[in-house]
Ligand binder design. Structure first.
Ligand code: SF4
Length: 443
């Protein structure tokens, strides 16, 4: 829990000497509590107090960075249990397990498919994040499998092996990717810490439950390993969600530094539907990395869509730039449709206009990312805002007519909008799905 101004005051010298620029130690403490300045401003603070305050300023869940510059995966640094309290910060990484028992050709084939798993949705690119190579055979084969992955994928890498010597040899080959090592447990943690410490790489700590994990991370910390990811093994969904929730709760609500790290989940399901459902559940609560085996586009897209929704800032709806968008080879005779700049609304309208195959213009009005009815109720999508957008967007030069199609839900705007804009208003369908038929019959 964050220290209050009074808690911090108790750690200060209380001499009110003013050298920090504040009249009293209490005033300085209040600014520290607000994180408006740093502890160095007071030259008289004790080393112990400094240590406590610096520790206090660290994130409750450590930010862990995997991969090389340009293909980095950042996880952790989360501050809330529930998205509506503020927002979730770093989207869970979605990765794929590749076992070294596969033939090289099969590994390449899988990587080719994984490399194509990029999707555009409401103006954002959804991508996968990680390849985890698992040792099932001898160290030489493990090394060879990792070399195939390095040559055929630029994604961040995770290396899974219980053999610290094999892990070190393979990690040395992959150092440019700053791979995540997996994993240290209560039997091997000294060997694994030695490899991770020597190479400066992040490490997965694995134990059966949160309590054992807390002991293990303390041991690893004492050996100098700070970049950790937590794993409580493969369990039922209920047990796993319980573990993930306890770890997050302990870190955020109890300031338990020993559990202040992102979590890893490996989904072990043959059925791709079950795999997609489980992965989605773990992304919602509270995995930092989710590893799956399935590489089918439909499965990955469904998981990435869920992730995009969970990790969108609820205070800032996804928005497109408010402006005029030509669709197809729009001409001076093309119809003009108006909508809001909420991404989901805009892209839904765009999809239907494209489906109609009628070149058109879509005017996206700045409604601060609100959908049509919400923006209308908030007076962000009305005759004034639409008229101003029409004046600014250049549509008057782009088309030779003065007709404007508005969403059916805001038909009530027609009279006022005609008066203020000088455009003839045509009321379109209420739902975007009605646009293709509507546009085809427009003449
Ligand atoms: S410099 Fe330190 S001791 Fe002096 S007033 Fe500021 S906080 Fe208090």
């Amino acid at each position: 829990m964050a220290l209050s101004g009074l808690d911090i005051y108790k750690l200060l010298p209380k001499t009110n000497c003013k050298q920090c620029g504040f009249a009293t130690c209490l005033a300085f403490a209040m600014q520290l509590a607000r994180k408006a300045l740093t502890v160095e401003k007071c030259p008289f603070i004790s080393e112990e107090a400094k240590r406590i305050l610096e520790e206090q300023s660290l994130p409750a869940i450590r930010l862990i960075t995997l991969g090389a510059e340009g293909e980095k995966l950042e996880i952790g640094n989360e501050t809330v249990m529930f998205r509506h309290e503020e927002k979730f910060r770093n989207p869970a990484g979605l990765g794929f397990i590749i076992e070294d028992s596969l033939e090289d050709a099969e590994i390449k084939k899988r990587l080719e498919k994984i490399n194509k798993l990029k999707f555009e949705r409401v103006g954002q690119i959804l991508e996968v994040n990680l390849i985890a190579v698992k040792q099932c055979l001898d160290p030489e084969r493990f090394l060879r499998a990792v070399e195939v992955v390095l040559a055929n994928s630029a994604l961040p890498l995770m290396l899974i092996s219980g053999d610290s010597a094999a892990l070190k040899k393979t990690a040395l080959r992959a150092m440019a990717r700053r791979p995540l090592l997996c994993c240290a447990n209560k039997e091997n943690f000294k060997d694994m810490a030695s490899v991770a410490g020597e190479l400066g790489l992040p490490l997965v700590a694995a134990a059966q439950d949160a309590l054992d994990l807390a002991y293990l991370t303390k041991e690893l910390n004492s050996l100098g390993i700070k970049d950790l990811i937590l794993d409580t093994g493969i369990k039922s969904v209920t047990e796993k969600i319980w573990d993930l929730t306890q770890i997050r709760r302990q870190a955020l609500k109890r300031s338990n530094r020993a559990l202040g790290y992102p979590s890893l989940v490996i989904v072990d399901k043959d059925d791709p539907y079950e795999e997609a459902i489980e992965a989605s559940a773990y992304i919602a609560k509270y995995a930092g990395i989710v590893l799956i085996r399935g590489i089918a586009s439909w499965e990955v897209l469904s998981i990435l869509t869920l992730r995009q929704n969970i990790f969108t800032d609820p205070q800032k709806p996804l928005q497109v730039e408010p402006r005029l968008y030509p669709v197809g080879k729009a001409t001076k005779k093309s119809p003009v449709l108006v909508t809001t700049n909420f991404s989901l609304t805009y892209y839904t309208v765009l999809g239907e206009v494209e489906a109609s195959k009628i070149p058109s213009y879509i005017l996206s009005v700045d409604t601060e990312g609100m959908s049509v009815l919400t923006a209308w109720a908030a007076e962000k999508f009305n005759a004034d805002s639409i008229s101003k957008a029409l004046d600014k967007c250049g549509i008057k030069d782009a088309v030779e007519h003065r007709n404007l199609i508005i969403p059916g839900y805001v038909a009530v705007l027609s009279g006022d909008l005609e008066e203020k804009s000088g455009f003839k208003v045509i009321v379109g369908p209420k739902e975007a799905a009605g646009l293709p038929a509507f546009l085809k019959n427009l003449n």
